[in-house]
Every structure is written in C-alpha cells, then in structure tokens.
Design a protein around this ligand. Sequence first.
Ligand code: ADP
Ligand SMILES: Cc1cn([C@H]2C[C@H](O)[C@@H](COP(=O)(O)O)O2)c(=O)[nH]c1=O
Length: 677
Amino acid sequence: MSFLSKIDPRSFCRVGEIHVIVGPMFAGKTTALLRRVNLESNDGRNVVMIKSSKDTRYAVDAVVTHDGTKFPCWSLPDLSSFKHRFGVDAYEKVDVIGIDEAQFFGDLYEFCCNAADLDGKTVIVAGLDGDYLRKSFGSVLDIIPLADTVTKLTARCELCSRKAFFTFRKTREIETELIGGADMYMPVCRQHYVNGQTVKEAAKMVLESHEVVGAAARSLKFIYQSKLAPRYDFLQGNNMEFIQSLLNSENENVTGLGASIITHSCQTSMEQKALSDAGVIKKLTCMLGGSVTQKDASLESLATILEGNPDVISKFMEPENGGALGTVTELTKDKNARTRLLACLHMLDCHKEIFSFILIAEKEDLQVLAFEANVIDKLVNHLRNGPLLSRRLEGILIALANMCSRLERCRDRLLSLEKCVTNESKGLSVTEAFSAVEAMHQSFDIYIFFMQAMKFVTDALSQDSGEILHLKGAARCIKLPLCAGSAEGPDHKVLYNIVCRLTLHFCRRLFPRLEPMTFWSHGSNFTGYSKAPLQIDTASNDLKIFVPLLVSALDAISNIVVDFLAHKTMFIQCGGVKQLVQLSKPMDLTIRVKAVCALRNLTFLVNDKCKEEILSELTQLTLRSLICGNFSDIICYLEYPEACVQELALALVRNLVICLSLSKRWIRERKRRWFTG
Ligand SMILES: Nc1ncnc2c1ncn2[C@@H]1O[C@H](COP(=O)(O)OP(=O)(O)O)[C@@H](O)[C@H]1O
Ligand SMILES: Cc1cn([C@H]2C[C@H](O)[C@@H](COP(=O)(O)O)O2)c(=O)[nH]c1=O
C-alpha cells in the first residue's frame, strides 16, 4: 500500500487544531474555554462541550465557571465513548469540541490526536496542569506536544493578591483527585505556596505528635481502668503536680487518663483531702462541660474523691468550686443514660437521695445501672450508719423503695443484706434500721414516708409479676374468678418472703399508732365506734398528718393482703380487720374508701377459717351501713353511703359469698333479715 493510500481523504478538506488552556484553579480556564467556544459558535461553526462526569460541583449537564456562567455539555467518564453516545452522524457535523476538567480524562491524548489529526476537529482543552502538590495532573501536559497553542492563565493569590500560579489544598486529604471548590482549595503565589506547604507540614507533625500523645494516654487510661493496675501514690514527690498537669491538658485523652488514675488509685481520706486541696475538684468540674467521655470520667473521679468524706463533700459544695453541685445536678438530666446515673450516684454521695432517685425512679435502664453500682448496699449502709436527719431518711426510704419497685434483684439484694446482717448479729437489719430511725424521730412525717416507701414496694410486688398483676386486677374489679394456685411459682417465693417481712414489720408498727388515732378521730368522749359522732377538727394541724398517713397505710395494706393467704392470716392475727372496720366508719371519705377497699382485698379468695375470723369483726351492722346507709339504731352524719363505698362494699360481699359454704349460709341468713326487716 502506498503512503498516500494511508491518508484519510477527509483530512484534506478539514484541518484540525488543538488549543490548550492551563493554570491553577480560579484562573479563568473555564471562562476562557467558554469564550472561545462561543466565538466559534458565533462564527457559524458547530460546537459541542464535554466535561468530566467526576465533577458534579455546580451542575451535571453544564460547564459552569466559578462565577456562575454556564454552557450545556456532555458529562462523560471518558472521551472514547463520546462519538458513540453523541452519534456518528452528529459527530461528523461537529466542528469544534470543548473539553473542560481535562485532567480527569485518562484518554485525553488519543482523543485529541484522533479528533484533530483524523477528524479535522478544533479541540479546545481546559484543565489543571498541576495538582495541589504541583505535580503533573492527568494527561494534560501530555497533549502539549500536540497543541497549536498553549495558554497558561493565572489567578489572584488569596493571601497577597499577587499573581497565583499554583493551587493550595487547605485540607489534610492526600489523594490526588479530590473534587472541591473554594472550601478546599485556594490559588496562591509561589511564596505563599511554599509557606503554606511548610505550615501544613509543621501542623501535620504537631497533629501527629498530638495523636501519638493521645494514643499513649488512651492506652494508659485503659490500663488504669483495670483492677490489676498499680496504684498511683499521689502523696509522693511531685506526683500530685503530674496529675494536675494531666488534668490541665488540652488533649481529652490526657485529661481522661488523669481522671482514671484518680478513680483507680485514690483510696484513703488523706489522698482525698490532698487531691481536694490541690484543686483537683475544680479541674474535674471543668471537665463536666466536655464530651460524654470527659463527663463520665470526671463524675467517676469526683465520686472517688468525695466518697464517705464529709469534709471533702462540703468543700465540693462550696461556690468556689465552680458551681460543681449545680453542674452535677444538671447532668442528672443528661441525654446519656450512664452520665445520668453517675451524676445521680454523685448526688447520693452528696446526701441528695431524694432528688437523685426521684429522677431515676421511672427509668428501668438507670435502675439496672444503679443496681450494678451497688446502690442498694450504699443506701442500706446509710441507714445502718444513722442517725439521720428526717429529710435524709425520707430520701433513703424512697430511694430504696424506688430501686426495689421494678427489679427483682434489687429486692433480693435488700433481703440478702438484711439476712446477712441478722445472721452475723452485727449492726442493724434493714427492718431494725427502719424502726431505730423511727424511734429516733417520733414524727408522723417520717411515718408517712415510711408508709409511702412500703406502698412503693408493695405496689411493685403486685405489678412485677404477671400473675400477681392478674390477682390485683381481679381484686380490683372482683369479676375475674381465679384459681387458688395461680400465685405460686419460683418467683413468688422471694416476693412472699419480702411481703411477709414487710407485713410483719408493718403491722407491728402500724397498729399501736392507728389505735389512738382512730380513737381521737371519734372524739374524746368515745363510747363505741358505731355510736360515736364523728368529730374531726378540720382546722387542726393533726388532720394534715392523719389523713395522708392513713391513706398510705391503707394502700399498703390493700396491696399486702390481696394475694397470699399467709399475709391475710398474719394481718388478721395482728388485729387488722378490727382496724379496717373502724376506719370504714363515717369519717374522711378517702380513708373510708381505702379501708373498705382493703377489706375487699382481704376477703378475696380467703378460706373459711379466715372468713369466720373476718366476719366476727365485720358485723352485720357495718356491712349494712356500708351498703344501705344508716339505720335508726346508729347515730351517724351520713344518710346514705357514697356510691364508691357502696360499690366496694358490694364487692366485699361478693368475695364473701364466692365458693365458701359458710359465707353463703351467713349471707343468706343475713340477707333475709336485712331485706325483710
Ligand atoms: N483568587 C481568585 N483569582 C481569580 N479569580 C477568582 C478567584 N477566586 C474566585 N475567582 C472567580 O473565578 C472566576 C474564574 O472561574 P473559572 O473560569 O471557573 O476558573 P477555573 O476554571 O480556572 O477554575 C473569576 O472570574 C473570578 O470571578
Ligand atoms: C488542585 C487539585 C484540584 N482538584 C480538583 C478540584 C476541582 O474539582 C477540580 C478543578 O476545578 P477548576 O475548574 O479548575 O476550578 O479539580 C483535584 O482533584 N486535585 C487537585 O490536586
């Protein structure tokens, strides 16, 4: 084949051109490309624009300059696919091809060569000649030998406004291709490029060393979180200064290490005092404003420094410690559960049980964490170590009750503590602690809180187990027939134990107190409950104490007596029925309702023997007055009982008649007498 036969005949009619526009970012390369393409177009030539599909910064289907000028384009991953996508016929008709972001096309050389040399196209190429490291970028420099013209544009240096030849990358990423605009890159002059790179290198070194320190601190922190780590002696040499310097660090891992060392090593009150005197509390308080890790580390260390040390605790509460207590209080509401718990435990150490445990009362996740943090033991220790002020006692009781209100293991722990103390005969059992404290404070306030605490526990006993819930629900509406054995099962053994103890304790303490109160409520010239006119002095202060006390007590009784027969027997033997009957007589409506409710629960699924005992106290007159109202032989203010009392009393009767032959006979006989005479 001759030389001439190799030449494409088309090349004689169309002569191609290649023009290359390079420069740093923001130099106006795209602007120049668009201007030239527009000029060609205005000259009547057929133009088409291509850009790399990698660049989606401003638009997908248009070439856009940094100042917003647009031109529609083909957005392609490579140039070789262009002819096929554009269509061979359409391609034939094209005179001018513009290519933007040319550095991203790997096949730039082949495409330009073919388009200009063989197809006679005018190809105008715009792209970066160098990357952020001033290294040749893509194939842009490869086409310089093919080019008719090469234009290197300059931008304005962002730092000094002199001519900018280079592109400076502001971020730490190191990959060559990284799409971005002014957020990541800036055009710079030679001087600022060199300076910038130096600063960047230095910053990198600093950052890396910071990271090394951080990593080392993190590893040490983990070591100090292990029980096996050696204890750090704060009192020796410059050791305290070292801890202070750790806590002063800007690096979170380093401050965390300081906190971990304290948590792990501080054990004696001397060390607690030394740390407090060295201003560590204030430093740790500052950390409470940091990240979650910092907060938690600080809370744990603070708790260690404060634990069981009243001097340090009072120092912690001083205002010069940066409002530490206030900050911890805030953290009890933190969104992070562990932080909330740690803050609550902290409050516990600072003798703020009521507050802290009311906060966690409803949150089972926190109760689990609190249990794991030995809160039951801590609270019981507080009780044992009395004497306690009434508000503190109140807090501890409510806290204990709340803790036991959901978690079986809390109750188990409470019982096991009591057992272990009793067996070893050292210190007080929980029950004894309650009594001792009660004896110390002969105030009704305490008693009310005690009752409330008992109610929490007994409520919980009824709620936790499905079966007991069932029983309780049944007892409430008295409509569900229950099988006698339904309350048995392994879980109930523990509940049974607790309830027995509580009931015994409860009844022992309650009745001597109720006696004078019921007596008092019926006036000093009392001759008998059924005949005594009710004389409650509503202006009296005693009423404020009396009513809530009884309400709590009756709630607790209702819960206690609803399920197991053993409790009912115990309760009856303690003279409970007599008390309930007295409280069901006309007086405060809430008390009457609660008393009748307790009676109703007491009679729920009770055996004949118990029923007989109950019925001997619960007279015909009482039942009649509760259901039908007053009769001429009773002096009473109420003409007709309230509907709620009536309803409960009817449920009580219903309980009495269910399944038990004796009751049936008894009721039948009395029913005949009531309704006939
Ligand atoms: N430091 C700068 N120097 C020059 N132009 C800048 C600078 N920062 C922003 N610009 C804007 O960028 C435009 C150039 O945009 P463009 O043509 O897209 O540049 P290139 O394609 O080279 O990145 C200029 O007309 C100017 O309005
Ligand atoms: C320096 C440099 C730039 N890039 C990217 C950043 C942009 O997306 C484009 C250049 O766009 P312009 O139209 O020239 O402003 O290229 C990159 O990936 N790597 C670099 O080193």
